[in-house]
Design a protein around this ligand. Structure first.
Ligand code: ZN
Length: 103
């Protein structure tokens, strides 16, 4: 039989979950592509969206879809910022790419 959890315990579980989600978001941001300081490097702009969609949701690992793709610059670096939306939980996440200059 599944007894109901007391309210206070449920609330602390929710808090734990929030902390866990926050931890996963931070982890994602610390990985390559998770911040403008550490973009994923690609040879051409044409591969960016495919690459971005192969990054699973930081929270639930479901696949994401590209919502927007914009070009920006960080000093001398040309960056692309791809906003993804998770198909599973709806979490938005942002991936950063740098297009390497052909020599
Ligand atoms: Zn998700």
């Amino acid at each position: 039989m599944a007894g109901k959890r007391p309210r206070s315990e449920r609330r602390s579980l929710a808090r734990e979950t929030q902390k866990e989600l926050e931890r996963r978001r931070k982890l994602f941001q610390s990985l390559p592509g998770g911040s403008a300081e550490h973009p994923l490097q690609v040879a051409s702009a044409s591969v960016i969206e495919t690459r971005a969609q192969s990054i699973p949701c930081a929270l639930c690992q479901a696949a994401c879809v590209v919502r927007s793709h914009t070009a920006t610059a960080l000093g001398q670096r040309r960056l692309r910022v791809v906003t993804l939306g998770c198909r599973g939980c709806g979490e938005p996440q942002v991936a950063y790419f740098e297009i390497l200059q052909a020599n």
